[in-house]
Design a protein around this ligand. Structure first.
Ligand code: HEC
Length: 230
């Protein structure tokens, strides 16, 4: 009986040691090239280290005889070979000066604080002008313009709004891309070589940079526009 109990005790000891060993083996931190590496970033280091270990970045971004993360491993794809990027902090060969990710995040942050621009709300700016006051623009009539600017991009090169013109004909701009949507009225674009496109309410069209010709407003026209300057 005593012998039997001894055997039970021995088995229990072996089981406990086995469980402890399995626990140690299963939860130990595997060796990594990150061991002892000091990071420069102020971000929580553990987060990046954890992600890099989980995703095993080093397995792809290293060759067997090269430095960890220095890239250069050839990967065959059906489209040909690609070589993994050097993702060490080296400013010249690695990604030490790599701005693309942070820049795109920054842009996304800026975009998030922009509101949608509703053209039915008050415009940023309203301007009126008699086109005949500009030299050499008017070809026929005395067209008067009212422009309501609803949006100007931070670099000033893209703007959008609404515009109304009384009848007349004038030289179109040549150095802009312009998308137009006609809200009311009747107008036409006429190229220098005589082609004519006539538009009424609901029509949309694009006047690409480089178009040479004329605007003709037949009946007072209101359009929404998006213009990109060059
Ligand atoms: C399965 C293999 C693999 C793993 C794992 C991997 N990468 Fe890559 N990575 C690549 C390849 C291949 C490229 C090059 C792609 C190319 O040139 O189009 C690359 C490119 C990159 C680039 C450059 C991207 C660019 O736009 O220039 C960075 C940065 C990068 N990896 C970081 C990481 C990080 C960080 C991890 C771990 C979280 C990781 N990679 C895990 C294969 C891998």
């Amino acid at each position: 009986m005593v012998t039997f109990l001894r055997w039970i005790a021995r088995l229990a000891l072996v089981a406990v040691v086995g469980v402890v060993a399995a626990y140690w083996y299963g939860t130990r931190l595997p060796a990594s090239p990150f061991d002892g590496v000091q990071a420069a970033a102020a971000m929580p280091l553990e987060t990046g280290q954890y992600a890099a270990r989980v995703a095993d970045c080093v397995s792809c971004h290293s060759t067997h005889d090269g430095q960890p993360f220095a890239g250069g491993l050839e990967m065959d794809t059906p489209l040909g070979s690609i070589y993994d990027t050097n993702i060490t902090p080296d400013p010249e060969h690695g990604i030490g000066n790599y701005m693309r990710i942070s820049r795109s995040w920054k842009m996304r942050e800026e975009e998030c604080v922009m509101d949608v621009i509703d053209f039915s709300e008050a415009p940023q700016e309203v301007s009126r002008r008699r086109l005949a006051d500009l030299p050499d623009r008017v070809v026929e009539g005395d067209p008067q313009h009212q422009s309501e600017l609803h949006f100007t991009s931070p670099d000033g090169n893209l703007f959008a709004g609404s515009w109304t013109s009384t009848p007349g004909k004038w030289h179109a701009f040549t150095d802009k891309d312009e998308y137009c949507h006609i809200v009311s009225g009747r107008c036409a674009l006429i190229s220098e070589d005589g082609k004519r496109w006539e538009f009424g309410p609901g029509a949309s069209f694009m006047i690409p940079n480089g178009f040479r010709g004329y605007w003709e407003v037949i009946e007072t026209t209101t359009k929404h526009f998006v213009v990109r300057q060059h």
